[in-house]
Write a protein that binds this ligand. Structure first.
Ligand SMILES: Cc1cc2nc3c(=O)[nH]c(=O)nc-3n(C[C@H](O)[C@H](O)[C@H](O)COP(=O)(O)O)c2cc1C
Length: 238
């Protein structure tokens, strides 16, 4: 290689060094910016998600309270019903296969009613999920359907928005009518069936009767559990 071409190569290597250095600097800066952008986006998403989930849980609680108040009217209690809970055992009398939370209505710190999730296993199209409210004297405060797969126009009349059938439990108890009459009329009982759909109301009547029987046998245990929880909560708050 001639001296001239050697010099030219050296010159061009010297010239390209600042270019490479500035390219590397730009790449580092871009990577840094990208990293910061990713961090900020993740943080913003986390904030948005937590705000949203807060709103969803607020909405869910408002919806729950609306259902609870349809069962136990708000003027009958003065505690935070949606947040006053006990745990029901998995018990075939309630159709529950796992421990489930129930709600306790109190007034001036005395228990007024329990609102218990129960399941009527033998609906026409599968289990029917219900909420059953029972006042401490053993009368039904009210019953509402939470979930079911019964046929539209037939079994779905157990929903309050479809018919008033479910309100037929209000004020009933194990003596009113007597326990043997806790059946649909077609089976010799006192409860209306739905036209062309006897299986659905039969399942619901059975489930409510069993819930009342559970309550009659376990009410002391349920009350004790509630009071124990209150004591624990008070001690923790102090
Ligand atoms: C497509 C179809 C859907 C039905 N859905 C229900 C239902 O949701 N609830 C119910 O109790 N019976 C339902 N039945 C009716 C039952 O099969 C059964 O005939 C009835 O409950 C018992 O007769 P009864 O209600 O006339 O006493 C349905 C029947 C058919 C053919």
């Amino acid at each position: 290689m001639s001296d001239d071409s050697n010099k030219m190569e050296q010159q061009s290597a010297v010239n390209s060094q600042p270019v490479e250095r500035s390219a590397a600097r730009m790449a580092r800066r871009s990577a840094l910016l990208l990293g910061m952008f990713a961090l900020i986006t993740t943080a913003l998403l986390a904030v948005a998600e937590s705000a949203l989930s807060g709103r969803i849980s607020q909405n869910a609680e408002a919806a729950l309270l609306e259902t609870l108040n349809a069962i136990v009217p708000a003027n009958r209690y003065d505690n935070n019903l949606a947040q006053s809970k006990i745990t029901l055992p998995a018990d075939p009398r309630l159709g529950l296969s796992q421990p489930t939370e129930a709600f306790v209505a109190t007034r001036s710190n005395r228990i007024v009613a329990f609102v218990m999730p129960i399941t009527a296993a033998k609906g026409y199209s599968g289990p029917i999920q219900l909420l059953a409210g029972i006042y401490t004297d053993g009368t039904v405060a009210g019953v509402r359907v939470l979930e079911h797969k019964e046929t539209p126009g037939l079994g779905d009349k157990i929903e309050r928005r479809k018919s008033a059938w479910i309100t037929g439990f209000d004020g009933r108890s194990l003596g009113q009518p007597d326990v043997d009459s806790w059946k649909v009329q077609k089976d010799g009982g006192k409860f209306d069936q739905l036209t062309g759909a006897t299986i659905t109301p039969r399942a619901v009547v059975n489930a409510v009767r069993e819930a009342l029987q559970f309550y009659a046998a376990e009410k002391t245990v349920l009350g004790d559990q509630y009071r124990e929880r209150q004591t624990v909560q008070r001690t923790e708050a102090e």
